[in-house]
Design a protein around this ligand. Structure first.
Ligand SMILES: C[C@H](O)CC(=O)C(=O)O
Ligand SMILES: [Mn+2]
Length: 341
């Protein structure tokens, strides 16, 4: 294995995958997966509630295990990998970031809706003060024009972000749209540019390659596609594809395949595939973490989860508005009952 890295991958299954397992990760699962990833030479491993630090709540889903315990367990297992956390200002707090840094976290990814970068200023600055590497993470990037995205990315860079990510939270972007956005950021920023995909339209890998072609040097992957919706760019697949392109991730292909097969696959309730529900997320441009919430609402109100997701897409609902899922389901069910009378 060549340990040189042309591209730096952040493994997000232990954070984005938290959505897919209803935030039920155990300490043992996190320990064994973090150890396996570290051994395969993955450089960064993100660990936290799916909605970042402080996400455990009725609104976003209660965690089985306190995320600080999971972070501590991951830090204790790794030899070379750096543990990262996600933080959404307003959900996660500065004291939580401080606590995570005290446990040995090395990178903070501060996430905001794509048009609200200004709320990341204090958290990025504080992360820097704590000596952390900082990432600005612009969620739902398909909802902004490239020009708007650039303006927001520049704000994050001005606050001190070492890297700015274009985040395709809904898995709604097409390759040419990814290329256009990344190329513009690359032209105007000095920070590293990253890309985070979701596979709802089966484009995660293609979009990741498009991002790299346009200048992204940081990418995210989730092993066995363990991420919200249909998951992210599948890490072990990305490692294989990039290797064939002679692009070095520094990650051991056989070892990462084994982590996927032996450690991650057994904890999945169902395989991470593109179902009609996750396909609709990408089609309608809805936040991937709404997937299981919409399924629950559909069961409760006896309606098709696709109708809920399409309606949420029309209303341009964004992360943080999870309560709208039940509201929309109730409204659609009422409309259905009225039509039936
Ligand atoms: C909080 C979200 O799940 C962050 C993310 O991974 C995305 O927007 O995509
Ligand atoms: Mn995601």
């Amino acid at each position: 294995m060549n340990s040189k890295r042309d591209i730096v991958l952040t493994e997000v299954a232990l954070r984005d995958g938290s959505h897919a397992v209803r935030h039920q990760f155990t300490v043992d699962q996190v320990k064994s997966i973090a150890k396996g990833l570290d051994d395969a030479n993955v450089p960064y491993i993100e660990v936290s509630h799916g909605d970042g630090l402080g996400g455990s709540s009725m609104q976003y889903g209660l965690s089985l295990t306190n995320e600080m315990e999971l972070i501590e367990a991951a830090v204790a297992e790794v030899k070379q990998a750096k543990i990262a956390v996600l933080l959404i200002p307003g959900i996660g707090t500065m004291p939580q970031l401080k606590e995570a840094a005290g446990l040995g976290v090395k990178m903070a990814r501060v996430a905001t809706h794509v048009t609200e970068a200004d709320v990341s200023a204090q958290h990025i600055a504080y992360a820097k003060e704590l000596g952390l590497e900082t990432v600005g993470f612009l969620m739902m990037s398909h909802m902004a024009s490239p020009k708007k995205l650039l303006e927001q990315a520049k704000l994050m860079e001005s606050y001190g972000a070492d890297t700015v990510y274009v985040v395709d939270s809904a898995g709604a972007l097409l390759p040419h749209q990814v290329k256009e956005r990344i190329a513009l950021l690359k032209e105007h920023l000095t920070a590293n540019i990253g890309f985070h995909a979701h596979n709802n339209l089966s484009l995660a890998m293609a979009n990741t390659l498009a991002a790299m072609e346009a200048g992204a040097t940081r990418i995210d992957g989730s092993i066995r596609c363990l991420g919200a919706g249909a998951g992210n760019t599948q890490t072990e697949v990305a490692v294989a594809v990039l290797d064939k392109m002679n692009i070095h991730t520094g990650i051991d292909l056989y070892k990462i395949m084994d982590v996927a097969e032996d450690l991650v696959a057994p904890i999945l309730e169902t395989p991470q595939e593109i179902t009609r529900g996750s396909l609709v997320l990408g089609y309608a441009g809805v936040y991937s973490s709404f997937y299981l919430h919409a399924q629950k609402a559909a069961e409760r109100f006896g309606i098709d989860s696709r109708s809920i997701l399409i309606e949420l897409g029309k209303r341009e609902v964004v992360g943080g508005q999870e309560d709208m899922i039940m509201d929309v389901a109730a409204e659609l069910s009422k409309r259905k009952a009225e039509v039936a009378v």
